[in-house]
Design a protein around this ligand. Sequence first.
Ligand SMILES: Nc1nc2c(ncn2[C@@H]2O[C@H](COP(=O)(O)OP(=O)(O)OP(=O)(O)O)[C@@H](O)[C@H]2O)c(=O)[nH]1
Ligand SMILES: [Mg+2]
Length: 225
Amino acid sequence: MSNQSSVPGSNGGSGNNGGSNRIIKVILLGDASVGKTSIRSQYIHHLFSNAYKATIGGDYLTTKVNDTILQIWDTAGQERFNSISRTFYRGSDIAIVVHDITNSNSFHNLNKWIQNFLENCHVATPSIMIVGNKLDKIDLRQVSLRQAREFGFSNLNLSNLIDDINQDIIEISAKNYIDVEKLFLRVSELGLKKLNENTTLLTFDNIDITTDNSNNSVQKKYNCC
Ligand SMILES: Nc1nc2c(ncn2[C@@H]2O[C@H](COP(=O)(O)OP(=O)(O)OP(=O)(O)O)[C@@H](O)[C@H]2O)c(=O)[nH]1
Ligand SMILES: [Mg+2]
């Protein structure tokens, strides 16, 4: 297990690594049912459910990983929530764009998610990771890792947004907890790079933070109805 722990959103961090106590905003994007909520839930709470409950709107959880504090946003993949989801993109430093390796449509829609993200994040040079989930269902695979890396490699728009094709285009299983920690360790590493490069990180204007004492994590929910 990593040295992850849930912390209040605006403090924490070692404070000895060039402003490393700044918060990095990370957003999970992708089609409905690809496993965004499951990935975060497994990472933060070590909980996985086979039942599908669509995310409505979005919410965030804050966690400390090594020298970084990640504010991890989960958003709705269902198309009817697209307009509300987009409002959460603003200020995101890192987007984890998720597809389901057993569903080629979710892979073909990556471009749409990335374009929408770039139009709405208002960050000059965000980082993007592409993550194929459901690696436990290898027999039903419709998308290969090679295809995903070729997509990242051949897409000019992504050339300065994906730092390293091999580390930033990966496959995981939320269900079997395969490489979920590796994913967030990499996110933390990318975040640290950004902090050290002194790029503009988000300012959390107008966000109230509510402490949920029951699980010692911090979250705020935004629902559309
Ligand atoms: N086999 C398998 N099933 C998974 C995995 N991750 C998620 N699922 C299942 O896929 C379904 C959808 O997962 P969610 O995490 O709710 O998907 P989501 O992307 O958050 O969906 P929206 O909230 O609608 O955008 C659920 O039934 C999960 O149990 C995985 O790694 N392997
Ligand atoms: Mg969800």
